[in-house]
Unconditional design. Structure first.
Length: 500
């Protein structure tokens, strides 16, 4: 690995300081980018102040008179720009400015390092990482003067990981740290949000008995078609008006509405749900079992809005897991099985694996074994059940809402890895198809899969689960059948044809 000299560090610092000013000038009209650059600028103002204090007034072959003047000019410009934006540096907060920026920047670089394969790319990022070690050394005295907050804990942990990686160049070890750190930070955010919502008073619900009705649970995308297509609107309105039918919605529908970030679309979707369900919805009862209720949708929506932050972090966790799956577990199994596995059901695959296990010669090769499926479930399953324990589980045991969800989620993750109903990240080996980048389409799909699990779980109380998504339809059909759930998944186009 090429090692930087003292002069290299000095030149890189000057370049970085200049680039930040240039970037800020280009992005004045973009509030989000501007705020990020001002945060970076405050950190670098502190760094260059400490750098000048350590070197400018001492004999050092790094800083000649010309360089000192250049750094002083840059420092003056930084102070002027920050003051203009109402962020005049506070000398008592200089260490905090660095602590709030530098660890996160270094972590992003370490995360990127784990995805690089080419020697030249690794060479370039190693130079960048060495430069950040230099920044940590320059800032060390200032940073160590304050050790009271979470940002300092992050700083110490990430600084240690950085120096360790540069010493041993062990990508596998770095990868383990990066994923562990992502999970821990995100879990901490989820727990903090959970503390805020667990004591919320829920709206006034009236429990209702819908056992004598045919019940329909509509996927979120069905409401979109209802709003946009007149023939579908007429057919679903007709279905909803039948005396023997009840269409129900859930908190998950309302949580998805909160992501629209457009009051016009939100109100339109709320109106569509109200029109079709007439206020009938699902929620967990006091024993954490799915039950039917009647509730004012507006008060329920106000309740759902309290869950925006915790759902954002839960979606991020799904993305982190998808990245981990794609980079490690999926690579281990993706070339192992026959390409026609997608034509099988989970029941058929397990039956074939049992034949394989019993040494029955009449089995298909190149399909997952019981051992493989249990190994995968051990890595991605939540409740640590083996594949045999899931079969007819819904019939064998009175599952709580939580138990049902994690069973569906565990089987869904297994099916994704072995190649059943996979559509979330198509380009598995594309470096641009990983968290937090993915690409807009893949990123949206990974996040939406979080709600797919919720909808499949809640629909299990109903007679029918209606969706427009062929992949979700097949997945729900497969999982329901394997678990012993009687709910019938149906595509919207088939439902409309049936009703007509």
């Amino acid at each position: 690995m090429e090692m930087l000299t003292k002069c290299d560090y000095c030149d890189l610092l000057r370049q970085r300081l200049t680039v930040i000013v240039s970037d800020l000038e280009k992005n004045k009209s973009n509030p989000e980018t501007l705020n990020a650059l001002l945060l970076e600028m405050r950190a670098y103002y502190s760094i260059q102040s400490e750098f000048l204090d350590q070197f400018a007034n001492k004999s050092c072959n790094i800083l000649c008179y010309e360089k000192i003047m250049s750094f002083n000019t840059l420092k003056h410009n930084y102070f002027r720009i920050l003051s203009y934006y109402g962020q005049e540096p506070d000398t008592s907060e200089m260490g905090c400015y660095i602590c709030k920026y530098l660890p996160n920047k270094i972590f992003c670089l370490l995360d990127e390092t784990c995805s690089l394969k080419k020697e030249q790319e690794l060479h370039q990022i190693n130079i960048e990482l060495q430069f950040h070690v230099f920044l940590l050394i320059v800032s060390e005295k200032m940073m160590n003067s304050c050790q009271r907050c979470d940002s300092f804990v992050n700083y110490r942990a990430i600084a240690s990981a950085l120096t360790k990686y540069l010493d041993n160049q062990n990508i596998a070890e770095l990868n383990q740290f990066v994923y562990a750190w992502k999970f821990c930070v995100n879990l901490d955010n989820i727990l903090a949000c959970n503390e805020k919502v667990k004591y919320l008073e829920r709206p006034s619900f009236s429990q209702v008995d819908l056992s004598e009705y045919i019940t329909y649970y509509l996927d979120f995308n069905v409401y979109d078609r209802y709003e946009k297509l007149q023939d579908i609107k007429e057919s679903l309105d007709k279905l909803s008006d039948q005396e023997t039918v009840r269409i129900v919605y859930s908190l998950s529908h309302l949580e998805e509405i909160t992501r629209m970030n457009n009051s016009l679309y939100e109100n339109k979707r709320l109106e569509a749900i109200q029109n079709l369900t007439k206020g009938y919805m699902e929620f967990g009862d006091k024993n954490d079992r799915i039950a039917f209720y009647s509730c004012d949708i507006n008060s329920f929506y106000a309740y759902a809005q309290n869950y925006v932050s915790i759902n954002d972090y839960a979606e991020v966790e799904e993305c982190i897991r998808a990245e981990l799956t794609n980079k490690t577990i999926l690579k281990q199994f993706q070339e192992k099985y026959s390409t026609n596995i997608g034509n099988k059901t989970l029941i058929e695959i397990v039956a074939n694996a049992r034949k394989m296990q019993s040494e029955n010669k009449n089995y298909e090769r190149d399909l997952p074994s019981i051992e493989d499926m249990n190994c995968i479930l051990g890595m991605v399953g939540i409740d640590r059940r083996m594949i045999d324990e899931y079969e007819e589980l819904f019939v064998k045991k009175d599952l709580s809402l939580h138990e049902l969800r994690i069973s569906i989620l565990s089987l869904s993750r297994l099916m994704y890895i072995i190649g059943l109903h996979r559509d979330k990240i198509n380009k598995k080996d594309n470096r641009n198809a990983v968290y937090p980048i993915y690409g807009k389409e893949s990123f949206r799909k990974v996040r939406s899969s979080y709600y797919d699990i919720d909808h499949m779980t809640l629909a299990s109380k109903c007679t029918f689960f209606v969706t427009c998504d062929n992949i979700l339809f097949n997945k729900a059909k497969d999982i329901y059948s394997f678990l012993g759930i009687k709910t019938q998944p149906i595509l919207l186009k088939d439902l409309i044809r049936t009703e007509l």
